[in-house]
Design a protein around this ligand. Structure first.
Ligand code: NAD
Ligand code: DAU
Length: 332
Protein backbone atom coordinates (compact mmCIF):
# COMPACT_ATOMS: atom_id res chain seq x y z
CA UNK A 1 0.00 0.00 0.00
CA UNK A 2 1.67 3.22 -1.17
CA UNK A 3 -1.07 5.82 -1.41
CA UNK A 4 -4.32 6.07 0.54
CA UNK A 5 -7.36 8.34 0.41
CA UNK A 6 -8.59 9.49 3.83
CA UNK A 7 -12.03 11.10 3.76
CA UNK A 8 -12.89 13.46 6.60
CA UNK A 9 -9.17 13.84 7.36
CA UNK A 10 -9.64 17.42 8.63
CA UNK A 11 -12.08 16.21 11.30
CA UNK A 12 -11.32 14.94 14.80
CA UNK A 13 -10.53 11.25 14.28
CA UNK A 14 -9.54 11.61 10.62
CA UNK A 15 -6.81 14.15 11.44
CA UNK A 16 -5.52 12.00 14.32
CA UNK A 17 -5.40 9.10 11.85
CA UNK A 18 -3.46 11.13 9.25
CA UNK A 19 -0.85 12.13 11.86
CA UNK A 20 -0.66 8.51 13.04
CA UNK A 21 -0.18 7.03 9.56
CA UNK A 22 2.46 9.58 8.55
CA UNK A 23 4.40 8.75 11.74
CA UNK A 24 4.01 4.99 11.49
CA UNK A 25 4.53 4.36 7.76
CA UNK A 26 5.85 5.86 4.55
CA UNK A 27 2.52 5.91 2.68
CA UNK A 28 1.31 9.00 0.86
CA UNK A 29 -2.03 10.40 2.07
CA UNK A 30 -4.66 12.28 0.10
CA UNK A 31 -7.28 13.87 2.37
CA UNK A 32 -10.72 14.54 0.90
CA UNK A 33 -12.69 16.87 3.19
CA UNK A 34 -15.51 19.32 2.57
CA UNK A 35 -14.37 21.49 5.50
CA UNK A 36 -17.83 21.72 7.01
CA UNK A 37 -18.23 23.48 10.38
CA UNK A 38 -16.53 20.35 11.84
CA UNK A 39 -13.49 20.32 9.55
CA UNK A 40 -10.41 22.37 10.35
CA UNK A 41 -7.30 22.44 8.12
CA UNK A 42 -5.31 23.56 11.18
CA UNK A 43 -5.76 20.03 12.53
CA UNK A 44 -3.46 18.94 9.71
CA UNK A 45 -0.73 21.48 10.46
CA UNK A 46 2.59 19.70 10.37
CA UNK A 47 1.07 16.83 8.37
CA UNK A 48 0.57 18.53 4.99
CA UNK A 49 3.80 17.94 3.11
CA UNK A 50 5.13 16.05 0.11
CA UNK A 51 3.51 12.91 1.66
CA UNK A 52 0.07 14.42 2.41
CA UNK A 53 -2.22 16.83 0.66
CA UNK A 54 -5.73 18.16 1.21
CA UNK A 55 -8.40 18.17 -1.49
CA UNK A 56 -11.41 20.27 -0.44
CA UNK A 57 -14.52 18.57 -1.77
CA UNK A 58 -17.63 16.53 -1.07
CA UNK A 59 -17.77 12.74 -0.74
CA UNK A 60 -21.07 12.94 -2.66
CA UNK A 61 -19.29 14.44 -5.72
CA UNK A 62 -19.16 11.43 -8.06
CA UNK A 63 -16.67 12.88 -10.55
CA UNK A 64 -14.19 14.04 -7.92
CA UNK A 65 -14.53 10.83 -5.87
CA UNK A 66 -14.02 8.66 -8.96
CA UNK A 67 -10.86 10.52 -9.91
CA UNK A 68 -9.38 10.35 -6.40
CA UNK A 69 -10.29 6.69 -5.75
CA UNK A 70 -8.74 5.71 -9.11
CA UNK A 71 -5.44 7.22 -7.98
CA UNK A 72 -4.99 5.32 -4.68
CA UNK A 73 -4.46 1.80 -3.31
CA UNK A 74 -6.98 2.11 -0.47
CA UNK A 75 -9.73 4.33 0.93
CA UNK A 76 -10.34 4.94 4.64
CA UNK A 77 -13.74 6.59 5.01
CA UNK A 78 -14.10 8.81 8.10
CA UNK A 79 -16.12 11.69 6.59
CA UNK A 80 -19.53 12.02 8.21
CA UNK A 81 -21.94 14.29 9.92
CA UNK A 82 -21.05 13.01 13.38
CA UNK A 83 -23.03 14.81 16.09
CA UNK A 84 -26.22 13.31 17.51
CA UNK A 85 -27.61 16.63 18.78
CA UNK A 86 -27.32 18.17 15.29
CA UNK A 87 -29.01 15.14 13.73
CA UNK A 88 -32.05 15.73 15.93
CA UNK A 89 -32.40 19.30 14.64
CA UNK A 90 -31.45 18.85 10.98
CA UNK A 91 -31.28 15.21 9.82
CA UNK A 92 -31.17 15.87 6.05
CA UNK A 93 -27.43 16.44 5.74
CA UNK A 94 -26.81 13.22 7.72
CA UNK A 95 -28.62 11.31 4.99
CA UNK A 96 -26.66 13.07 2.24
CA UNK A 97 -23.17 12.71 3.67
CA UNK A 98 -23.46 9.49 5.64
CA UNK A 99 -25.59 7.46 3.21
CA UNK A 100 -25.10 8.96 -0.27
CA UNK A 101 -21.48 9.82 0.48
CA UNK A 102 -20.75 6.20 1.43
CA UNK A 103 -22.64 4.95 -1.63
CA UNK A 104 -20.55 7.26 -3.85
CA UNK A 105 -17.28 6.00 -2.36
CA UNK A 106 -18.08 2.28 -2.50
CA UNK A 107 -19.27 2.56 -6.08
CA UNK A 108 -15.92 4.16 -7.00
CA UNK A 109 -13.99 1.55 -4.98
CA UNK A 110 -15.90 -1.19 -6.79
CA UNK A 111 -15.25 0.32 -10.25
CA UNK A 112 -11.53 0.60 -9.59
CA UNK A 113 -11.18 -2.54 -7.43
CA UNK A 114 -9.69 -0.50 -4.58
CA UNK A 115 -9.46 -1.68 -0.95
CA UNK A 116 -12.00 0.14 1.24
CA UNK A 117 -12.22 0.53 5.02
CA UNK A 118 -15.44 1.85 6.52
CA UNK A 119 -15.24 3.71 9.85
CA UNK A 120 -18.40 3.34 11.87
CA UNK A 121 -19.75 3.56 15.39
CA UNK A 122 -20.99 1.36 18.23
CA UNK A 123 -24.20 3.41 18.18
CA UNK A 124 -25.54 1.21 15.37
CA UNK A 125 -26.27 -1.38 18.08
CA UNK A 126 -28.57 0.90 20.11
CA UNK A 127 -28.02 0.95 23.87
CA UNK A 128 -27.71 -1.35 26.89
CA UNK A 129 -29.23 -1.30 30.36
CA UNK A 130 -26.84 -0.11 33.08
CA UNK A 131 -26.78 -3.56 34.69
CA UNK A 132 -26.67 -5.64 31.47
CA UNK A 133 -23.70 -8.03 31.79
CA UNK A 134 -23.48 -8.23 27.99
CA UNK A 135 -21.49 -5.87 25.82
CA UNK A 136 -21.77 -5.23 22.06
CA UNK A 137 -20.09 -7.79 19.80
CA UNK A 138 -19.83 -8.15 16.03
CA UNK A 139 -23.06 -10.20 16.01
CA UNK A 140 -25.24 -7.87 18.10
CA UNK A 141 -28.33 -6.94 16.04
CA UNK A 142 -28.51 -3.40 14.66
CA UNK A 143 -30.94 -1.17 16.57
CA UNK A 144 -29.97 2.51 16.09
CA UNK A 145 -31.79 5.25 18.02
CA UNK A 146 -30.97 8.63 16.48
CA UNK A 147 -31.00 10.05 12.95
CA UNK A 148 -27.17 10.06 13.14
CA UNK A 149 -26.83 6.43 14.21
CA UNK A 150 -29.49 5.24 11.78
CA UNK A 151 -27.61 6.80 8.85
CA UNK A 152 -24.37 5.18 10.06
CA UNK A 153 -26.22 1.83 10.30
CA UNK A 154 -27.55 2.34 6.76
CA UNK A 155 -24.04 3.02 5.49
CA UNK A 156 -22.66 -0.13 7.19
CA UNK A 157 -25.38 -2.21 5.54
CA UNK A 158 -24.56 -0.74 2.13
CA UNK A 159 -20.93 -1.78 2.59
CA UNK A 160 -21.95 -5.31 3.64
CA UNK A 161 -24.20 -5.60 0.58
CA UNK A 162 -21.44 -4.35 -1.75
CA UNK A 163 -19.07 -6.98 -0.32
CA UNK A 164 -21.54 -9.78 -0.87
CA UNK A 165 -23.06 -8.73 -4.21
CA UNK A 166 -20.10 -7.08 -5.91
CA UNK A 167 -17.03 -8.50 -4.16
CA UNK A 168 -16.02 -5.10 -2.75
CA UNK A 169 -12.72 -5.54 -0.85
CA UNK A 170 -14.04 -3.93 2.33
CA UNK A 171 -13.73 -4.11 6.11
CA UNK A 172 -15.84 -2.27 8.69
CA UNK A 173 -14.97 -1.08 12.19
CA UNK A 174 -17.40 0.09 14.85
CA UNK A 175 -15.73 2.09 17.59
CA UNK A 176 -16.87 3.54 20.90
CA UNK A 177 -16.59 7.19 22.06
CA UNK A 178 -13.26 8.80 21.24
CA UNK A 179 -11.46 11.56 23.11
CA UNK A 180 -8.19 13.37 22.48
CA UNK A 181 -6.81 16.40 20.63
CA UNK A 182 -8.60 18.13 17.72
CA UNK A 183 -12.15 17.20 18.88
CA UNK A 184 -14.79 19.84 18.15
CA UNK A 185 -16.04 21.79 21.19
CA UNK A 186 -19.61 20.64 20.52
CA UNK A 187 -18.67 17.17 21.87
CA UNK A 188 -18.97 16.27 25.55
CA UNK A 189 -15.38 16.20 26.82
CA UNK A 190 -14.01 19.24 24.92
CA UNK A 191 -17.19 21.20 25.69
CA UNK A 192 -16.71 20.71 29.42
CA UNK A 193 -12.94 21.33 29.37
CA UNK A 194 -13.37 24.60 27.47
CA UNK A 195 -16.31 25.60 29.68
CA UNK A 196 -14.08 25.22 32.75
CA UNK A 197 -11.32 27.23 31.05
CA UNK A 198 -13.95 29.95 30.45
CA UNK A 199 -15.18 29.83 34.05
CA UNK A 200 -18.51 28.24 33.02
CA UNK A 201 -19.96 25.25 34.88
CA UNK A 202 -20.04 21.94 32.92
CA UNK A 203 -23.47 20.79 31.70
CA UNK A 204 -24.76 17.27 32.16
CA UNK A 205 -27.77 16.07 30.18
CA UNK A 206 -30.51 14.53 32.34
CA UNK A 207 -29.03 13.06 35.52
CA UNK A 208 -25.58 12.39 34.03
CA UNK A 209 -26.06 8.65 34.45
CA UNK A 210 -25.46 7.71 30.78
CA UNK A 211 -22.42 5.54 30.20
CA UNK A 212 -19.94 5.83 27.34
CA UNK A 213 -16.99 3.51 26.65
CA UNK A 214 -14.08 5.95 26.19
CA UNK A 215 -11.10 5.28 23.93
CA UNK A 216 -8.24 7.61 23.00
CA UNK A 217 -8.32 8.63 19.31
CA UNK A 218 -4.74 7.39 18.91
CA UNK A 219 -5.79 3.86 19.89
CA UNK A 220 -8.66 4.06 17.39
CA UNK A 221 -6.18 5.10 14.66
CA UNK A 222 -3.86 2.21 15.48
CA UNK A 223 -6.77 -0.24 15.24
CA UNK A 224 -7.98 1.12 11.89
CA UNK A 225 -4.44 1.03 10.46
CA UNK A 226 -4.06 -2.59 11.60
CA UNK A 227 -7.43 -3.64 10.15
CA UNK A 228 -6.57 -1.95 6.87
CA UNK A 229 -3.43 -4.03 6.58
CA UNK A 230 -4.38 -7.32 8.23
CA UNK A 231 -8.19 -7.41 8.49
CA UNK A 232 -10.10 -10.13 6.65
CA UNK A 233 -12.17 -8.82 3.73
CA UNK A 234 -15.87 -8.77 4.56
CA UNK A 235 -15.30 -8.77 8.32
CA UNK A 236 -16.46 -6.30 10.94
CA UNK A 237 -14.24 -5.44 13.94
CA UNK A 238 -15.40 -3.72 17.12
CA UNK A 239 -12.93 -1.24 18.62
CA UNK A 240 -13.08 -0.42 22.33
CA UNK A 241 -10.67 -0.01 25.25
CA UNK A 242 -12.76 -1.13 28.27
CA UNK A 243 -13.28 2.52 29.22
CA UNK A 244 -16.83 2.59 30.57
CA UNK A 245 -17.61 5.70 32.65
CA UNK A 246 -20.84 7.55 33.34
CA UNK A 247 -20.97 11.20 32.33
CA UNK A 248 -20.96 12.40 35.92
CA UNK A 249 -17.72 10.54 36.62
CA UNK A 250 -16.12 12.12 33.55
CA UNK A 251 -17.15 15.65 34.52
CA UNK A 252 -15.99 15.13 38.10
CA UNK A 253 -12.60 13.94 36.81
CA UNK A 254 -12.28 16.98 34.51
CA UNK A 255 -13.15 19.35 37.39
CA UNK A 256 -10.70 17.65 39.72
CA UNK A 257 -7.83 17.71 37.20
CA UNK A 258 -8.58 21.38 36.46
CA UNK A 259 -8.50 22.33 40.15
CA UNK A 260 -12.24 22.99 40.63
CA UNK A 261 -14.68 21.57 43.21
CA UNK A 262 -15.82 18.24 41.81
CA UNK A 263 -19.52 19.12 42.23
CA UNK A 264 -19.35 22.43 40.30
CA UNK A 265 -21.59 21.30 37.42
CA UNK A 266 -25.25 21.74 36.39
CA UNK A 267 -27.90 19.34 35.09
CA UNK A 268 -29.61 20.53 31.89
CA UNK A 269 -32.37 19.32 29.58
CA UNK A 270 -31.83 15.75 28.42
CA UNK A 271 -31.22 14.73 24.78
CA UNK A 272 -34.38 13.22 23.21
CA UNK A 273 -33.96 9.46 22.76
CA UNK A 274 -30.67 9.62 24.71
CA UNK A 275 -28.91 6.22 24.55
CA UNK A 276 -28.28 4.97 28.08
CA UNK A 277 -25.13 2.89 27.80
CA UNK A 278 -22.60 1.71 25.22
CA UNK A 279 -20.05 -1.04 25.98
CA UNK A 280 -17.75 -2.82 23.54
CA UNK A 281 -16.32 -6.31 23.62
CA UNK A 282 -13.24 -5.95 21.40
CA UNK A 283 -12.02 -9.57 21.82
CA UNK A 284 -12.06 -10.29 18.09
CA UNK A 285 -9.73 -7.39 17.29
CA UNK A 286 -7.45 -8.32 20.19
CA UNK A 287 -7.34 -12.07 19.51
CA UNK A 288 -7.36 -12.14 15.69
CA UNK A 289 -5.20 -9.08 15.00
CA UNK A 290 -3.29 -8.64 18.27
CA UNK A 291 -4.43 -5.03 18.90
CA UNK A 292 -4.00 -3.54 22.39
CA UNK A 293 -4.87 0.01 23.51
CA UNK A 294 -1.87 2.10 24.59
CA UNK A 295 -3.93 4.67 26.55
CA UNK A 296 -5.28 2.24 29.13
CA UNK A 297 -5.27 4.88 31.91
CA UNK A 298 -8.28 7.14 31.21
CA UNK A 299 -7.27 9.78 33.77
CA UNK A 300 -3.79 10.09 32.24
CA UNK A 301 -5.37 10.36 28.76
CA UNK A 302 -7.78 13.00 30.06
CA UNK A 303 -4.90 14.98 31.63
CA UNK A 304 -3.09 14.97 28.25
CA UNK A 305 -6.26 16.08 26.50
CA UNK A 306 -6.90 18.90 29.00
CA UNK A 307 -3.27 19.99 28.49
CA UNK A 308 -3.82 20.05 24.73
CA UNK A 309 -6.93 22.28 25.00
CA UNK A 310 -5.12 24.59 27.41
CA UNK A 311 -2.20 24.95 24.98
CA UNK A 312 -4.24 25.19 21.78
CA UNK A 313 -6.86 27.82 22.52
CA UNK A 314 -6.23 29.34 19.07
CA UNK A 315 -7.54 26.06 17.58
CA UNK A 316 -10.88 25.90 19.47
CA UNK A 317 -11.66 29.49 20.43
CA UNK A 318 -13.16 30.51 17.02
CA UNK A 319 -15.86 27.80 17.36
CA UNK A 320 -16.73 28.20 21.03
CA UNK A 321 -19.24 31.06 21.23
CA UNK A 322 -21.33 29.87 18.28
CA UNK A 323 -21.45 26.35 19.73
CA UNK A 324 -22.56 27.58 23.15
CA UNK A 325 -25.19 29.85 21.55
CA UNK A 326 -26.61 26.79 19.78
CA UNK A 327 -26.73 24.79 23.05
CA UNK A 328 -28.25 27.63 25.01
CA UNK A 329 -31.06 27.96 22.40
CA UNK A 330 -31.87 24.30 23.17
CA UNK A 331 -31.76 24.77 26.94
CA UNK A 332 -28.57 22.72 27.13
P1 NAD B 1 -15.97 15.08 12.87
O1 NAD B 1 -17.33 15.67 12.80
O2 NAD B 1 -14.98 15.64 13.82
O3 NAD B 1 -15.28 15.13 11.42
C1 NAD B 1 -15.96 14.86 10.25
C2 NAD B 1 -15.15 15.37 9.08
O4 NAD B 1 -15.85 15.01 7.87
C3 NAD B 1 -15.00 16.90 9.07
O5 NAD B 1 -13.66 17.24 8.76
C4 NAD B 1 -15.93 17.35 7.95
O6 NAD B 1 -15.51 18.54 7.30
C5 NAD B 1 -15.89 16.15 7.01
N1 NAD B 1 -17.10 16.06 6.18
C6 NAD B 1 -18.40 16.14 6.60
N2 NAD B 1 -19.22 16.03 5.54
C7 NAD B 1 -18.42 15.82 4.44
C8 NAD B 1 -18.70 15.61 3.07
N3 NAD B 1 -19.96 15.60 2.59
N4 NAD B 1 -17.66 15.43 2.23
C9 NAD B 1 -16.38 15.45 2.70
N5 NAD B 1 -16.07 15.67 3.97
C10 NAD B 1 -17.08 15.85 4.84
O7 NAD B 1 -16.19 13.52 13.11
P2 NAD B 1 -15.32 12.48 13.95
O8 NAD B 1 -15.77 12.50 15.35
O9 NAD B 1 -13.89 12.66 13.62
O10 NAD B 1 -15.85 11.09 13.31
C11 NAD B 1 -15.20 10.55 12.16
C12 NAD B 1 -15.82 9.23 11.83
O11 NAD B 1 -15.68 8.34 12.91
C13 NAD B 1 -17.31 9.31 11.53
O12 NAD B 1 -17.61 8.44 10.47
C14 NAD B 1 -17.97 8.84 12.83
O13 NAD B 1 -19.22 8.26 12.56
C15 NAD B 1 -16.95 7.83 13.29
N6 NAD B 1 -16.90 7.59 14.74
C16 NAD B 1 -16.74 8.64 15.60
C17 NAD B 1 -16.62 8.39 16.96
C18 NAD B 1 -16.41 9.52 17.96
O14 NAD B 1 -16.38 9.26 19.16
N7 NAD B 1 -16.23 10.77 17.53
C19 NAD B 1 -16.69 7.08 17.44
C20 NAD B 1 -16.87 6.03 16.53
C21 NAD B 1 -16.97 6.30 15.18
O1 DAU C 1 -20.26 5.99 20.52
C1 DAU C 1 -19.63 6.59 19.42
C2 DAU C 1 -20.24 7.96 19.16
O2 DAU C 1 -19.76 8.82 20.18
C3 DAU C 1 -19.89 8.50 17.78
O3 DAU C 1 -20.47 7.69 16.79
C4 DAU C 1 -20.39 9.95 17.61
O4 DAU C 1 -19.93 10.47 16.37
C5 DAU C 1 -19.81 10.77 18.75
O5 DAU C 1 -20.32 12.10 18.67
C6 DAU C 1 -20.18 10.15 20.10
O6 DAU C 1 -21.63 10.23 20.31
P1 DAU C 1 -22.25 10.66 21.72
O7 DAU C 1 -23.59 11.20 21.46
O8 DAU C 1 -22.08 9.57 22.72
O9 DAU C 1 -21.19 11.83 22.09
P2 DAU C 1 -21.38 13.29 22.75
O10 DAU C 1 -19.99 13.83 22.93
O11 DAU C 1 -22.35 14.13 22.01
O12 DAU C 1 -22.01 12.96 24.18
C7 DAU C 1 -21.38 12.04 25.08
C8 DAU C 1 -22.30 11.87 26.28
O13 DAU C 1 -22.34 13.09 27.02
C9 DAU C 1 -23.74 11.58 25.91
O14 DAU C 1 -24.30 10.73 26.91
C10 DAU C 1 -24.43 12.95 25.97
C11 DAU C 1 -23.68 13.62 27.09
N1 DAU C 1 -23.54 15.10 27.04
C12 DAU C 1 -23.11 15.67 25.90
C13 DAU C 1 -22.91 17.03 25.83
C14 DAU C 1 -22.42 17.70 24.56
C15 DAU C 1 -23.78 15.84 28.21
O15 DAU C 1 -24.17 15.31 29.25
N2 DAU C 1 -23.55 17.18 28.15
C16 DAU C 1 -23.14 17.81 27.02
O16 DAU C 1 -22.93 19.06 27.03
Amino acid sequence: MRKILVTGGAGFIGSNFVHYVLNESDVTVVVLDKLTYAGNPRSLEGALSHRANLVVGDVCDEVLVDELVASVDAVVHFAAESHNDNSLRNPRRFLDTNVIGTYTLIEAARRHDVRYHHVSTDEVYGDLELDDPNRFTEVTPYNPSSPYSSTKAASDLLVRAWVRSFGLKATISNCSNNYGPYQHVEKFIPRQITNVIDGVRPKLYGQGQNVRDWIHANDHSAAVWLILQRGIIGETYLIGADGEKNNREVVEAILQIMGQPSDAYDFVLDRPGHDLRYAIDSSKLRVDLGWRPQFSDFIAGLENTIGWYRENEHWWRPKKSQTEAMYSSLGQ
